[in-house]
Design a protein around this ligand. Structure first.
Ligand code: GCO
Ligand code: MG
Length: 403
C-alpha cells in the first residue's frame, strides 16, 4: 500500500482552516490539521509546493520514518511553517493507521489512562459583571475549569475579550491587522482584585486560569504571580515571551502560582530547557504546531521526567482535526493535565463532523477508527479562504510590543 493522493483543502467557515488530506492506494483517507493562524497560506505553499510530491508513493504505515524524512530532509529545521506542515502529515498518517487497524488512535498509543480529558472553557467580560455572568454560563454548561479574561479600564481592547460579539476570535478578517494598546501597569493593578472577586463569587472549587499572552517582563510576571497566590489559580499562562527561559526562571524564583507555556513552541528543542529545569508546571504545545502526534508525545514524555503535565493549546484556530489529535494523546499519556476547549462555531462542527464529545467537564475522543473526524468537502468548498490577521500590540508611545 502507498500514499496515492495528497491534497490541501483550505476553507473558511467563519475562520480559516487548512487541512491536509492523504489517500492510500486502498482508499483509506487521513486528515491532518495544517492551520497557522494569520499565516495560513505559507503552510499551504509549504505543503503544495514542497511536501506533497514527496509523500506520493511512500508507505503510509511508516509514520516515524516519514517524520524524520521531512524534518531532517529539509536541512532547514523547525519554525511554525515547517512544523505545522510536518504536523499535518504526521496526524494524517496516524488517522490512516487507526483506520487500517480498526482502532481509535488512543488505543494505538497504549490505551486510555483516564475516562476523559479535563477541559477548560473560556470566559470573558469587558467588566466584572460581564465576567461573572460569563464564568457562570461556562460552569452551567458543565465545565469544571474556566479561563477568565477581563477588560482593563484604561485599554480599549484587551486580549481574550470580545468587543461587540458573543465569542472571542483573535483573528480579524481584514486587509491589515487590528492595533491594540498595552499598559502593563494598568493591567497589573487591575487583575488581582478581579480574581479575588471571582473566588468570592464562585468559591474554592472551580479551577480558574488566566492567560497573559507573553506580555510581561520577568519581574512584572513575578509580581502578578505573587499577587494571585491567595486566589489559587490552576495556572497562569504565557507570562513572559516564550523564547526566553531565563525570564521564567526569575518568575519561578518568586512565586508558587503554577505556570504554563508552550503554544508557540514547535519542537521539543524549543521546550527543552524549560522542561528539564522545571520552569513551568504545564506544557501547552499542540499536535497542530509541534510536530503532530509523534512529536507531541515525545515532548510530553520529556515533561513527565520533570513532573510537568500537559495542557494542550485548543483555541478555535486548532481545527477539530487538531483537537481530536490532542485528545487521543491526552487520553493515553500518564501526565495529562488539562486541555483547552474553545468551542467552535456550529458551522465549523458541520464542516468537520467529529466523534469527540463533551460530558461532565471532560472531552472524550470517541471510539471511531483513526481520529474520528471527517471533512465535508462540499460544505468546505462553499466557504473559501478569507484573509485574516492576528492583532498587533503597541505601547502608549507607539512602541511595538508582544501581542
Ligand atoms: C490560547 C491562545 C490563543 C491564541 C491564538 C493565536 O491560549 O488559546 O493564546 O487565544 O491567541 O490561538 O492564534
Ligand atoms: Mg494562550
Amino acid at each position: 500500500m502507498i500514499i496515492e493522493h495528497a491534497e490541501v483543502i483550505v476553507t473558511s467557515p467563519g475562520r480559516n482552516f487548512v487541512t491536509l488530506k492523504l489517500v492510500t492506494s486502498d482508499g483509506v483517507v487521513g486528515y491532518g490539521d495544517a492551520t497557522l493562524n494569520g499565516r495560513e497560506l505559507a503552510v499551504v505553499s509549504y505543503l503544495r509546493d514542497h511536501l506533497l510530491a514527496l509523500l506520493i508513493g511512500r508507505d503510509p504505515q511508516r509514520i516515524e520514518d516519514t517524520w524524520q524524512y521531512l524534518y531532517r530532509g529539509a536541512y532547514w529545521r523547525g519554525g511554525p511553517v515547517t512544523m505545522t506542515a510536518i504536523s499535518a502529515v504526521d496526524v494524517a498518517l496516524w488517522d490512516i493507521k487507526g483506520k487500517l487497524a480498526g482502532l481509535p488512535v488512543y488505543q494505538l498509543l497504549g490505551g486510555a489512562c483516564r475516562d476523559g480529558c479535563l477541559v477548560y472553557a473560556h470566559a470573558f467580560g469587558r467588566d466584572m459583571p460581564e465576567l461573572v455572568a460569563s464564568v457562570s454560563a461556562q460552569l452551567e454548561l458543565g465545565y469544571r475549569a474556566v479561563r477568565a479574561q477581563v477588560g482593563v479600564p484604561q485599554l480599549a481592547k484587551v486580549y481574550g475579550v470580545a468587543v461587540g460579539r458573543e465569542t472571542y476570535e483573535p483573528a480579524t478578517r481584514a486587509a491589515l491587522p487590528d492595533e491594540e494598546l498595552w499598559d502593563a501597569g494598568a493591567y497589573l493593578r487591575h487583575i488581582p482584585p478581579v480574581f479575588a472577586a471571582l473566588r468570592a463569587q464562585f468559591g474554592p472549587e472551580p479551577a480558574l486560569l488566566h492567560d497573559v499572552h507573553h506580555r510581561l517582563t520577568g519581574l512584572q510576571a513575578a509580581q502578578l504571580g505573587r499577587a494571585l497566590e491567595p486566589h489559587d489559580l490552576f495556572w497562569l499562562e504565557d507570562v513572559t515571551p516564550a523564547e526566553n527561559p531565563d525570564a521564567l526562571r526569575l518568575v519561578r524564583a518568586h512565586t508558587i502560582t503554577p505556570l504554563a507555556i508552550g503554544e508557540v513552541f514547535n519542537t521539543i528543542w524549543d521546550c527543552r530547557t524549560i522542561l528539564q529545569d522545571r520552569l513551568v508546571d504545564y506544557i501547552r504545545t499542540s499536535a497542530t504546531h509541534a510536530g503532530g502526534i509523534s512529536h507531541l508525545r515525545r515532548i510530553f514524555t520529556l515533561a513527565e521526567l520533570s513532573q510537568i503535565r500537559s495542557g494542550c493549546h485548543g483555541a478555535t484556530d486548532i481545527s477539530p482535526v487538531g483537537m481530536a489529535a490532542a485528545l487521543h494523546v491526552g487520553l493515553a499519556i500518564p501526565n495529562f493535565g488539562i486541555q483547552e476547549h474553545m468551542r467552535h462555531e456550529p458551522l465549523v462542527d458541520d464542516v468537520f463532523p467529529h466523534a469527540y464529545r463533551f460530558d461532565d467537564g471532560r472531552l472524550h475522543p470517541g471510539d471511531e477508527p483513526g481520529l474520528g473526524v471527517a471533512l465535508d468537502e462540499a460544505l468546505a468548498a462553499r466557504h473559501p479562504y478569507v484573509a485574516a490577521y492576528l492583532p498587533v500590540n503597541r505601547l502608549g508611545d507607539g512602541t511595538m510590543h508582544d501581542w
